[in-house]
Ligand binder design. Sequence first.
Ligand code: F6P
Ligand code: MG
Length: 469
Amino acid sequence: MTNLMLILLSDNIVYVVLFSRSFAYLTIKDRTPQILTKVIDTLHRHKNEFFEKHGEEGTEAGKKAISLLSKLRNELQTDKPIVPLVEKFVDTDIWNQYLEYQQSLMKESDGKPRWFHSPWLFVECYMYRRIHEALTQSPPIDDFDVFKELKEQNFFESQESIISLCTYLQELMRTIEELDEDQLKNEFFKFLQISLWGNKCDLSLSGGETSSQKNDLISSLEDLKPFILVNDMERLWSLLSKKTREKASVRVDIVLDNSGFELTTDLVLADFLLSSKLATEIHFYGKRIPWFVSDTTIHDFNWLIEQVKHSNHKWVAKCGVDWENCVKMSRLVYHDHIFWTLPHEYCAMSQVAPDLYAELQKADLILFKGDLNYRKLTGDRKWAFTIPFHQALSDFHPAPLCSIRTLKAEIQVGLQPGQGEELAASEPSWLTSGNLFYLQTFVLHLTCGMDGRKHKIEEDEADGIWRNG
Ligand code: F6P
Ligand code: MG
């Protein structure tokens, strides 16, 4: 029996692409070639721009990138072996070591990991890393972000929602000092849910098709509430309000996901936390390279604040000015780290990126946004639905942490006994059909896990909060 087969048969197995009819399989078979085709089209459409900027060299670079990406699409569609990265970049060696590790798991077959015979998380990350490699191999267009247009379109198409969000925030600011504890908690819950729903707008699930927020979210929050599967907002409130009482400075870290509307909801949440004094500093983490179509890079972060600042709408523009000031005063801090675009699950962070792990340890609370972060937190494994979140984290616990994610993949933990079965009975294919409408629209997950085998954990009897002892 091959090692791969053993992996497939063991408990808490990692999702592998070849699980037939699985979402993983559909993603690699249909969605990723579709995304690659869109990337190639984008390069074609920009060929004049490359020429205007760089002359003939730009045209040739565009052609080279297109040919490398067409080759990549062919390798994927014909299930070719996964090949090492060739272009020297800061993470090339780590990637190639990881590939060797995958290879070591397959020693008894033909010894080569292939697109449809490898862990889903690895293959999907590898595809985005190869897109980046195709660009870095094509100077002078090597800094061209092939997903930039889509991210910007998502922002522009969500304008109405952005206006209503910023207006709501700015009106709240006028009375925020006068709110009593219950009112403040109520507002905190609203901004958390807005940030949760903002995660519906990712562009990799839709294969690069438009996925913006066109409705007024604030007025829909009550109707959407029943769709939250695990709701730990009360525990989050207890944790933060307690920290605020105990400490002069409270730091909340947000591991970002998508740019555009989702990033706006995260900035609005951050602004609320600072203005309400629930936090004194917010640290954001984005991606070093373009990733999973819509994920936030430093360029997207700066671009979005600039757009908001120059809006014609006075409350939106006010938000932009405030956010820019907060960045200048280091109340909002942006970090990136190459670890976020590696294929590793987060329980490997302390070994692979100890500096990043140490940075996260400084937080009083870490919010992880989105589905991909959830998959990496839980190791992309087929856990029983009832496994507690802290157990699925497999010892990853730099600080109290919470996942805020709309459900877009088959991984789900922390449910009550029978809850998964009940959902399956009402919609038999709730996790396995790859029915994107269902996955994207109805099932949501907000959970809070604070765990530790290394740290001594004690349960605070008064409010049920887990804390590091
Ligand atoms: O394609 C895999 C996946 O993780 C999906 O499950 C989801 O469509 C997407 O990538 C990323 O979602 P998010 O932007 O929420 O991380
Ligand atoms: Mg994303």
